[in-house]
Write a protein that binds this ligand. Structure first.
Ligand code: NAP
Length: 890
């Protein structure tokens, strides 16, 4: 029996006659509300949609300004849940206009007979959770209140227009319009003097249209934005063919992509391409007229690295200068204060060319801020402009505005959502909020939403929510509520994701910076649509991880915890490795494992350029050894870091950690000499240790020839290389030098014991396994030798060693022995700095340009090496990053 019927009978006596009782109430009849209503009905729930507007459409109902179109290709910006619907509707253009999209949504509403459950012209005034009945009570400004078990916000991300925030608006005697609330019967601009404030997507789409009709148009621009030509027209044949070739596969690829549009992941990095190759890619993207293409398909580092991004940004700036004839206007229109894509770029038709028209004036508010709006127009610091019409294209209180500001929402114990979110939105998965049972948000803050193709994200959210409601009903549960632990974990994961992209480097509505006084932090989930979908699925697969479920006749269930504890890029890499289903490395044999590693390394991004890379031979403990030298581009001499690669004393060589050596050479401004020490099983203990020491001594003796600074020798190593570096310091102390100024040990092997917790906690599933470590040890060192400090430096004498920086990773079997070494060194009076990297795995710091979240750790390592060498803190050859804002949402 549908729950609504039970509720009606049970509560009729106590509820006012004007209360509508349903299983689910949904706010908003846009893309999200329509689909969720359809799904709810199919699942047998009674539902009502409350919609302020007079018809369906949501954002497409309100945003009717001239030029309004979608800027994701319509082929992708469509529902995909019903193949018959897809066949029944054909879009006329690559980017449909607002009227066509509105017709489409009306068509969908009719096709599935949705209107009968939508209360139009009905604004929600208040929503209150009732702890005694476990239901939401919704009051409205039009007709019956609603009592519902579940309350779903399908309110859209950009639906609460922002107030103008300019003095004197009320004094203006002319007409005032907001792009986000454009009159349904249009506005006659013929012969009028029009002012437009704002140059975001709405301004950029509408300004060329206004300029066609108005006598004069004056654009008041505070911040120039990147805009790209849409090249609108018929649907591109290439994508249509792709879709029609295999519709299901096309849609599935979109669902698992990063942005909700089926584009592959780029792996080529900018510095691997010549100028000509980069330009060719850029021109192709420019001609494609597709935001997702240009944002994701140029080179892998464009969205995550300031330098890789600057190349695209410069090419776009060049395009602006080519189009805009007046150099001063071109300069004013050229964005400089944010990386390309960090602020939402726009898709335009003739935007920049419009400024060549004689009836268009650009006012640069950075040079002459608006003082006030007067009865006749707009006054800046320098001039006054008399106008007939002012159009505010000033944007929205995005992401949270529609949910929080539109009506008070009170959760468990009367807790208000506004106060819970006062410091920024707190959510679990962007779908739910702790303390607000049975409240769901479709594309809420904390979900990919505005950083994705909304159509794809909406379907994923609606499906996830309705599937959960069905599962709850089947199991007899009536409430579902996120736990505080899960929510705090999600905030951490959001912040981790935000460090990966450049969104944190711009003041935008993504971060709340466009609304004065709003808490700032990156609000949408930046980890990508596909990864997000897999996380939502994982929550379910792990028994509703992070949710408390209750019901009248069932035992409470609470599987508390955090769904993602790994750094987002580590999670992706481990997921990819798991999919490859590789045999354990220890089953490959030593040569097989070396061959595998060589192949594996070929797929990684090439290391970044340094001043010079050279090869040479040095003297090891028992004969010559190869080395690779990385020299900074700055003039020398430079301190030398003797580097020992990882690979369990068995794998790798002097170039297997090439990207790491390059990166550290750039960051430290020091020479890195990577030593090709001998390997097991051909050369067992103590060959590697003795080679490490001998190589260090040789390098010390040849410092000047190598271009090094005398007396400034350091050692570094990763994994087994960290072991050799640590051992080298002990041998140098005991055997009369050389003098070592500092040691950098990255996830080092320091002991022969396998019983520390990290060996069991992280023994499988994190690439370096317990089994692989056993194998390395067996190949290198017989059990009788394992307590020798030349392989277990933790068991050696520790005083009098050079200062150390020791980095360990949370999800690494070697974590605890690295920490133990740091603690033991400190106890012995050695200056030690520790980095305990949260969410990282054994290879995080050496997978340069793959594990982007490893950058901060390498920055700290570089700073430590420079301190050890008595150099000033910063040696960066990179462009200093722009000012960063708080990355955490809330
Ligand atoms: P927006 O991107 O927030 O742009 C608002 C503009 O108004 C900015 O240029 C802003 O300058 C300016 N502004 C705000 N307050 C101001 C003030 N007090 N004085 C002077 N200037 C002021 O808003 P939007 O253009 O409406 O677009 C919002 C989002 O909606 C877009 O990013 C996009 O996601 C979506 N949208 C999509 C389409 C589409 O093609 N499908 C069309 C329209 C909108 P500052 O940058 O200095 O703050």
């Amino acid at each position: 029996m549908p729950e609504a019927m039970v509720e009606t009978r049970a509560s009729d006596a106590t509820r006012s006659a004007s209360t509508q009782v349903v299983d689910v109430a949904v706010v908003g009849a846009g893309f999200a509300g329509l689909y969720i209503l359809h799904r709810l009905r199919k699942a047998g729930f009674s539902a009502v949609v409350l919609e302020e507007a007079a018809d369906v459409g949501g954002t497409w109902y309100w945003n009717r300004y001239p030029g309004a179109r979608c800027d994701i290709q319509t082929i992708d910006y469509s529902y995909t849940f019903d193949p018959e619907l897809e066949k029944a509707w054909t879009w006329s253009e690559k980017y449909a206009t607002q009227p066509e999209i509105l017709r489409y949504l009306g068509f969908v509403a009719d096709r599935y007979d949705l209107r009968r459950d939508i209360r139009f012209g009905t604004k929600v005034k208040q929503a209150t959770w009732d702890d005694t009945t476990d239901r939401w009570l919704i009051t409205t400004d039009n007709g019956a209140s609603v009592s519902c078990r579940y309350y779903i916000m399908a309110t859209g991300c950009l639906s609460a227009p922002k107030p103008p925030e300019i003095d004197g608006v009320k004094d203006f005697k002319g007409e005032i319009y907001f792009t986000g609330r454009w009159p349904h019967d249009g506005v006659n601009l013929k012969g009028k003097r029009v002012a437009v404030i704002g140059t975001g997507s709405s301004g950029i789409q509408s300004i060329p249209m206004f300029a066609q009709d108005a006598a004069h148009i004056t654009v008041f621009q505070r911040t120039p934005n990147f805009a790209l030509p849409a090249h609108n027209g018929p649907q591109p044949a290439e994508r249509k063919t792709m879709l029609e070739g295999d519709r299901a596969a096309y849609r599935e690829q979109a669902r698992w992509s990063m942005a909700g549009v089926p584009y592959p992941q780029q792996t080529v990095v900018s510095w691997q391409l010549s100028d000509a190759e980069r330009r060719e890619r850029f021109e192709k993207a420019w001609a494609a007229g597709d935001l997702v293409h240009i944002l994701t398909q140029l080179w892998a580092d464009q969205g995550v690295d300031v330098d890789g991004n600057a190349i695209v940004a410069d090419l776009i700036r060049e395009k602006i200068r080519e189009v805009v004839k007046d150099p001063e206007i071109a300069a004013a229109l050229t964005p400089h204060d944010h990386p390309f894509g960090a602020k939402r770029p726009c898709l335009d038709t003739n935007y920049y060319a419009t400024y060549n028209q004689p009836n268009v004036t650009l006012v640069n508010l950075r040079q002459e801020p608006i003082q006030a709006i007067t009865a006749t127009g707009i006054v800046t610091d320098k001039r006054s402009f008399d106008v007939d019409i002012i159009v505010f294209a000033t944007g929205f209180d995005a992401m949270t505005g529609a949910i929080m500001a539109v009506h008070p929402i009170s959760g468990r114990g009367g807790k208000s959502l506004s106060s819970v979110w006062a410091g920024g939105p707190q959510t679990y998965l962007g779908l739910t909020v702790a303390g607000f049972p049975n409240l769901f948000m479709i594309t809420g803050p904390g979900s990919p939403s505005v950083l994705s193709n909304m159509a794809v994200s909406i379907e994923q959210h609606a499906d996830w929510v309705v599937d959960r409601l069905v599962a709850l009903r089947d199991a007899g549960f009536t409430t579902m509520e996120a736990t505080e632990t899960a929510q705090a974990g999600w905030a951490r994961h959001m912040a981790d994701c935000a460090t990966l992209t450049l969104h944190r480097l711009a003041n935008t509505w993504y971060t709340g910076a466009n609304v004065p006084g709003k808490a700032q932090g990156v609000m949408p989930y930046t980890g990508g649509v596909g990864p997000y979908r897999s996380i939502c699925n994982e929550v379910v697969a792990q028994g509703m991880l992070g949710f408390k479920l209750t019901g009248p006749n069932v035992a409470e269930q609470c599987n508390d915890g955090e769904v993602v504890r790994l750094q987002p890029d580590v999670r992706l890499v481990l997921g990819m490795l798991a999919q490859m289903n590789l045999p354990p490395i220890e089953t490959m044999g030593a040569q097989g494992a070396r061959d595998f590693l060589n192949e594996f390394n070929k797929a990684r991004p090439a290391g970044r350029p340094v001043g010079e890379v050279g090869d040479g031979m040095l003297q090891g403990a028992d004969g010559p050894l190869p080395y690779k030298l990385y020299r900074p581009a700055t003039s020398g001499p430079h301190p030398i870091v003797v580097y020992f690669h990882g690979g369990g004393w068995v794998l790798g060589d002097q170039q297997s950690d090439d990207p790491f050596c390059r990166d550290m050479c750039r960051r430290t401004g020091m020479i890195f000499v990577s030593v090709g020490y001998r390997h097991a099983p051909e050369h067992r203990f103590p060959a590697a240790a003795e080679d490490g020491y001998a190589a260090t001594r040789w390098i010390a003796e040849h410092t000047t020839e190598l271009g090094g600074t005398p007396g400034r020798l350091l050692v570094a190593g990763w994994s087994a290389g960290g072991n050799i570096a640590a051992v080298t310091c002990q041998l140098a102390r005991d055997r009369g030098g050389p003098e070592i100024a500092g040691q950098l040990l990255v996830s080092p092997v320091t002991d022969c014991s396998f019983d520390r917790p990290s060996y069991s906690e992280n023994g499988t599933g994190y690439f370096l396994t317990r089994g692989l470590m056993y194998w390395f040890w067996d190949l290198y060192c017989s059990p009788a030798d394992r307590t020798d400090p030349r392989v277990a430096p933790l068991r050696g004498k520790l005083d009098g060693l050079p200062p150390a920086f020791i980095a360990t990773s949370e999800f690494d079997p070697l974590r605890d022995e690295g920490i133990a070494y740091a603690e033991a060194l400190a106890k012995a009076g050695v200056p030690v700095e520790q980095l305990k990297a949260r969410g990282q795995f054994h290879s995080s710091f050496t997978m340069v340009d793959v594990i982007i979240t490893g950058v901060n750790g390498r920055m700290k390592m570089a700073q430590a090496l420079r301190r050890f060498a008595d150099l000033p803190a910063d040696a960066s050859e990179r462009t200093p990053p722009p000012r960063e804002i708080n990355v955490a949402a809330g």
